[in-house]
Design a protein. Sequence first.
Length: 294
Amino acid sequence: MTQKYETPPKYYSDTSPQLLIFTDMDGSLLDHFDYSADPAIPLLRALESQGIPVIPVTSKTASEVLNLRTLLANEHPFIVENGAAVCVPHGYFQKKPINSVEKDGYLRIENTSPRSHWLTLLAHVGRRYRQEYDNFHEVYNQLGASGISQLTGLDSQQAGAANCREYSEPIAWRGSLERRAQFIRELETHGATVLQGGRFLSLSGPCDKGLAVNQLTDLYRADCCRATLSLGIGDSNNDIAMLDRTDWALMIPAGERALPTLRRATQTLVGVGDGPVGWNQGVRRWLELINYTL
C-alpha cells in the first residue's frame, strides 16, 4: 500500500491531493552516459520520507527496473517497455488491480501482445530494410550480451537484463530519415506502434506511457480516496504521451537534441541541466510552484 504515517508529516493532510511523480529513467532521472542518479539521490530520499511516490516510467524491461529500484531504494509500482505493462507489488494497493495477472512476484496489467508477436512482424516487414537497422534480438543471438553492450554502453549484466524484453523490440536505425519514416509506416499498417526514444526505436503494440500512467493514477485515486496531483518527467519523444497527460510536465534537456513538442501549453517546466541535475532542479521548482515544502 501507499506509505502511511502514524503522525502525518508537515504539509500533508488526508484532504490534500496525493502527489505522484512519474519519471522516465534514461536521460531523465539517470544520466544519459553513465546511468547515475547521484545528483537526485538526496531529493529522492526526501520525497520517500514524505510519502510521495516516484514511479519509473521507462522503455526499460522489468528486469532492468527491478535492479534499479534496489539501487534507488524504491518500492513503488513501475511502468515498463513504454507503457506495455504496469507492475504493482503485491499488497501495495488495498484491492488487486482489475485485469491484472500475477507474474514474477508482481501484479501486472499487460497492454499489448508479447515480444514474439512483434519479432514475427519485424521479420516480415524488415526484410526490405535489413541492411539499415539492428535489433536487440538478432544482435543478442549473434554476439550475446557483448553485442547489446556495444549498442547501449551498458555492462554485460545490464545488457543481459536489457534483452529480457517481454512486450517490445528495440531497433537501432542506421538508414536515412526518409527510409525510417517509410519503415515505421509499414509497421504501423500492421497494427504496431513505433516510438522514438533517446537511442532506439521501440516496436510494440497500441500502448504508450500515457495510457499506463492513466491506469496507475486511477489505482492511486481509488486506493487513497482523494484527488491526485501528478508530475510527468521526460526527455524524448516516447515521453510525450505521459507529459501531455500528467497535471504538470517537466522536460529534461538532452544535449543538442530538441525538447519534446507537447500539445499542452500550461503547467510545463524545463529543467536547468541535463539528466539527474535537471531532474533535481525541476522537481524542486515544481514543489515550490504548488506550495509544497519538504
